[in-house]
Write a protein that binds this ligand. Sequence first.
Ligand SMILES: Cc1cc2nc3c(=O)[nH]c(=O)nc-3n(C[C@H](O)[C@H](O)[C@H](O)COP(=O)(O)O)c2cc1C
Ligand SMILES: [Mn+2]
Length: 471
Amino acid sequence: MYKDLREFIGLVDQLGALRRIDGADARFEVGGITEVAAGSPQCPALLFDNIKGFSQGFRIFTNATTNVQRASLALGLDPALRPLDALKAWMEKRKNLRPLPPAIVQNATWRENSISGRDVDIGRFPAPIWHKHDGGPFIGSGSLVIMRDPDTGWINASIYRIQVHGKNKVTVQFDHGGRHGAIIARKYWDRGESCPVAVVHGEDPALFIAGFEYLPDGRSEYEFAGSIKGSPIEVCDGLQTGLPIPAHAEIIFEGNLLPMSEETLPEGPFGEFTGYYAADARPGPVMEVTAIYHRNDPILLGSPPMKPPRFHFGLPFRAATIWSNLEAGGITDVVGAWQHVSQLMTVVALRQRYDGHAKRAAMVAAAHSYMARIVVVVDDDVDPSNLADVMWAVATRCEPSEGIDIIRNAWSSALDPRIAPEDKAKGITSHSKAVINACRPFAWIDKFPTPSALTADEAREIEEKWRKSLT
Ligand SMILES: Cc1cc2nc3c(=O)[nH]c(=O)nc-3n(C[C@H](O)[C@H](O)[C@H](O)COP(=O)(O)O)c2cc1C
Ligand SMILES: [Mn+2]
């Protein structure tokens, strides 16, 4: 398995999935090229160099894990797996992961260059303005924020976006007060102290994935990433904060997150994963950067949110969690789960065994579908990862007057573009979910017209046998 981001980029190149882009402008162009590439059928990963106005070698890597192949690669799975098989493999692997603590090492590659005090200048690094109405450059779009709980010593390492506000100031954005980073920072602030923090840019892709996972309080993303890789993440203490920092990461900021009662700066707006700007600029917590370290020719891992279906991860990781939840809840015969529209639509496929089986699964899936207004259940002959197949089932097996239920006041967020401004102002962040039963009606399942197309297995057999003629 890859050791760090550089080795991962090497593997992507070997797969023929890397494109090198020279001379792009960090203002809109890096973001624009990333968006176009992410929406193209090949969906290549991109390595930007000679970025306008920045030193040669100061690079940005985007679309790291935006398709199934590279998301699988990052998880240590066979990149040739088909979408649903890859998600199933991840679901099974994730179930058996045991936390693997990081290993402390004495030397970090980011020590190659150290800058501190007055010499700190974030402006040397190519922070893109990703979309045209963004409030400024965001150096952290897929970067990790490291903090230590002052009571327990627990290390949290998650992804929160980082906006640049000057030579030595950035803001860190917590979507809500329940984010682990927000909980930890508040503990320091309530004592009238600043919160020591490190921002890790250009991290190992396993850490990028771990930083997105919902882990329980007290569990470290480092341990999760180590277990994905089957070997501990190597960390080295930050010189100023003493925080453990991944030794092979590319660029590190160390500093303090100031109490919001002391200072805030306008954070955002920032184009979101829904494909909209959810909010205007709001006061955000400020990190004073006291030291920067970086590898020679550093690479920033950029992961801007983009209009769906483009998403940070080509495998819908949260659908894997829903699939596990269904199994853990005793719902048998689930053959697949998937999310489309960048998590805004959930699909479960199952082999119906009894009346009510499909709705039982749908309700569990709906309960766990963050921000998704649409939840669909399909029979086991439908591939939930194939949106055309899913819509075929919806259009031919669901009688809307019988098969659609509305669940009100369900889980969404302040990022939801369809919550009315007056309601948002009142703090309303819930929405309704349409649960669509697109399974054949159980009562007359045997009389339902027989599908005319090949089964998935039959289609695969034909593909194997006739591959040469077909490609
Ligand atoms: C590329 C990317 C960017 C993200 N940006 C933010 C962000 O700016 N703010 C935020 O609160 N969550 C953001 N998230 C989601 C969190 O990283 C995710 O929910 C994580 O589980 C939170 O970790 P925590 O439970 O340790 O707080 C982002 C996720 C990804 C993959
Ligand atoms: Mn966490």
